[in-house]
Design a binder for this molecule. Structure first.
Ligand code: UFG
Length: 312
């Protein structure tokens, strides 16, 4: 069987493509290259350049390559940007996912692994959020990812085998050329600050956490890629839960991440505490028992190991 990876030229998608290819799966990448890069697509893997809003191109790609499963990662992923431009997030993450699903269904695709996010949970006040906890997103971004899960569930109720993986905070890299070069997330932003000799900014130090800065569950992108591979293979053999958290189950603070990156790069810069960022929540850590039980995974990379994978 052949898998179509939407967003396969992106930071997470390119790791997923490599994990699938390394296990002998045929893959095709579908990416509009807005943030993805041609250079991240391995030699021998076909790349179709196009938008996930283009149902005709999706359908012709699915037919031409005899696709039987889709791993859907193409999306916009910045919480801050989603607050500024919610319409863009609605269009890309909700309408885009609907378009991919409709094309896949029309072309007889049976398996669908959906990239979702811990951002669906919002400020739950729960130490470790589990899939059965209520999901009330705190940002337009999270709301669009929750809506996209609902779309996936509609096709699951028809005849598709589906699973939405709710990733927590993905970071790290398996290779220099696959690193996240966006300006949307903590690790790449702080590394850029260090490179440009600018003081890293920490958004808020008045949260109800031990050091006052936000806590997140940082998970290595290599582990995220493995989770996709295992989920894709298991879907073909049988059912998976509709949603599954993918994280480590351990939280780290922003201050801890910043200090680790400063330390590993030998930088003498001091972080600067600034106002909270709109849409941020204080603490978000995964209950990972479902993925441990169902996928048999136990991801344990810590912040230092993840940071080290980004430093030459
Ligand atoms: N932060 C700073 N300074 C910076 C950048 C970020 O203090 O320069 C803080 C943020 O305020 C937040 C933490 O670092 O507290 C992590 O921020 P990110 O932007 O890296 O990540 P988010 O938690 O906002 O969101 C990320 C992804 C989403 C995903 C979510 C899941 O961007 O796609 O994690 O938890 F859904």
């Amino acid at each position: 069987m052949t898998w179509l990876i939407t967003g396969g030229a992106g930071y997470i998608g390119s790791h997923v493509v490599r994990a699938l290819a390394a296990s002998g799966h045929a893959t095709v990448v579908f990416d509009d290259l807005s943030t993805g890069k041609r250079s991240r697509v391995p030699a021998g893997v076909p790349l179709v350049v196009g938008s996930i809003l283009d149902g005709d191109l999706l359908a012709s790609t699915l037919r031409e390559h005899g696709i039987t499963g889709v791993v859907h990662l193409a999306a916009k992923k910045s919480v801050a940007e989603s607050v500024e431009n919610p319409e863009l997030y609605e269009l890309t993450n909700v309408v885009g996912t609907e378009t991919v699903l409709a094309a896949a269904h029309a072309c007889g695709v049976k398996y669908f692994v959906n990239s979702s996010s811990a951002a669906v949970y919002g400020e739950s006040g729960i130490a470790r959020v589990s899939e059965s906890d209520v999901a009330i997103p705190a940002s337009p971004y999270g709301a669009t990812k929750l809506a996209a899960e609902g779309s996936v569930d509609r096709y699951r109720a028809l005849d598709m085998a589906t699973c939405s993986l709710r990733y927590f905070n993905v970071a790290g890299s398996d290779a220099v050329e696959l690193r996240d070069d966006s300006v949307a997330n903590l690790f790449p932003i702080i590394l850029r600050n260090i490179e440009e000799n600018e003081r890293p900014k920490i958004f808020g130090n008045d949260y109800e956490t031990p050091d006052g800065t936000c806590i997140r569950d940082y998970v290595h992108v290599r582990d995220i890629a493995d989770a996709h591979l295992i989920a894709a293979e298991m879907l073909v053999k049988g059912e998976l839960p509709a949603v599954m958290n993918i994280g480590t189950g351990t939280g780290s603070s922003v201050l801890e991440v910043v200090r680790t990156l400063l330390d590993l790069t030998g930088s003498s810069l001091e972080p600067e505490f600034v106002e909270r960022r709109a849409g941020d929540i204080g603490e978000l850590v995964a209950d990972v028992s479902l993925a441990r039980k169902v996928l048999g995974v136990n991801f344990t990379s810590d912040v230092r190991e993840i940071a080290a994978s980004l430093i030459n």
